[in-house]
Design a protein around this ligand. Structure first.
Ligand code: AHM
Ligand code: MG
Length: 339
């Protein structure tokens, strides 16, 4: 049967949306396309990950005689190559690299944008066939065009993000992004290799019913977080409690499920990790931008994530993210019990 619906591809969608930015010259469009292309290549490798052992790729060399690369290193290289070749981006900060990667060639030096990226977040989950993701933020550079990007181009607060998104490599592969005018999700049709609009105008449900936290760290949490967990587990029909507990241990997958079903994700500070675990630039800020655009909220317990001024590239931050009312409730608990 012929479908009555016209499929909208990611490329069509991005080009259509350019009208929302009257002075746009297509640079952002090209950047998002480059990211989507690299994501498809990474997706292909992830899908084959389970075959590595039986096909004999594991070990020092693969069958082509090349040294086998870890998937997170492979993903990093793919995104760097796609963005470097694209000439819209003058530098990248990646979780995989201690310093920024400045693109010093005549094309990239004219690029107006920089990108903060976690090429393969949650990669320790790969061997268990658990969903993992890519997370990215796009900023306008601070320095003048004409030379490679500098660290100050990347040390910007999340409120300066021009676009942000994630790719989830799950039971299906999706790309979800925002340019500050709502959130849209695209599912990869693997038979043709095209991302198709499947989740237009994504919004958190008003009512949250899930809480996601690594409760194994309970003894290291401060009193506010412990009390909030207790609140989540109490019986109160009016507020749909007790909430359901769900935790994958893969930020993109946990966040994505909570965005669709309605839930809060918490990675608080602990006595062992006083700044939490997640990185502000390429983990917290992009999901914070998406959360806010989907009617939610992202906070470190006190301060709005996107207003935090980064001092270093790999700076960590506690993260409380989800439907507005749920995040506000955690803030209330932290305020009440942590002083
Ligand atoms: P990674 O960047 O080393 O992959 O770690 C980040 C991941 C997130 O995806 C996830 O939310 C978190 O670590 C889970 O941490 P934990 O295992 O401490 O619960
Ligand atoms: Mg990570």
């Amino acid at each position: 049967m012929v479908s009555r619906f016209k499929i909208k591809t990611l490329t069509e969608f991005i080009i259509e949306r350019q009208y929302e930015y009257p002075h746009a010259k297509g640079a952002l469009t090209r950047l998002l396309n480059d990211i989507a292309t690299a994501a498809k290549i990474v997706n292909r490798e992830i899908n084959a990950a389970g075959l590595v052992d039986i096909l004999g790729y594991k070990g020092k060399k693969n069958i082509q005689g090349e040294a086998q690369k870890k998937l997170d290193v492979f993903a990093n290289e793919q995104f760097i190559a796609a963005l470097k070749g694209g000439a819209e981006c003058c530098a990248i900060a990646s979780e995989e690299n201690e310093k920024i990667i400045s693109f010093e060639n005549e094309f990239s030096e004219m690029g107006k944008y920089v990108i903060a990226i976690d090429p393969l977040d949650g990669s320790s989950n790969i061997e268990a066939n658990v969903s993992i993701g890519t997370i990215f933020s796009i900023y306008r550079r601070k320095t003048e065009v004409g030379e490679g990007g500098k660290v100050i181009d990347l040390l910007q607060p999340g409120v300066n993000q021009v676009a942000a998104g994630y790719v989830i490599y799950g039971s299906s592969t999706m790309l979800v992004y925002t340019t500050g005018k709502g959130v849209n999700g695209f599912t990869l049709d693997p038979s043709v290799g095209i991302f198709c609009l499947s989740h237009p105008k994504m919004m958190f449900p008003d009512k949250g019913i899930i809480y996601s936290i690594n409760e194994g760290n309970y003894i290291y949490f401060d009193e506010g977080v412990k009390q909030y967990i207790k609140y989540c587990q109490e019986d109160d029909k009016k507020t749909s409690r007790p909430y359901t507990s769900r935790y994958i241990g893969s930020l993109v997958a946990d966040f994505h499920r909570n965005l669709i079903r309605g839930g809060i994700f918490l990675y608080p500070a602990t006595s062992k990790a006083p700044s939490g675990k997640l990185r502000l630039l390429y983990e917290c800020n992009p999901v914070a931008f998406i959360a806010e655009q989907a009617g939610g909220k992202a906070s470190d317990g006190i301060t709005r994530i996107m207003e935090k001024e980064p001092e270093t590239l790999h700076q960590r931050s506690p993260l409380f993210i989800g439907p507005k009312l749920m995040v506000e409730k955690t803030e209330e608990f932290l305020k009440k019990y942590n002083n």
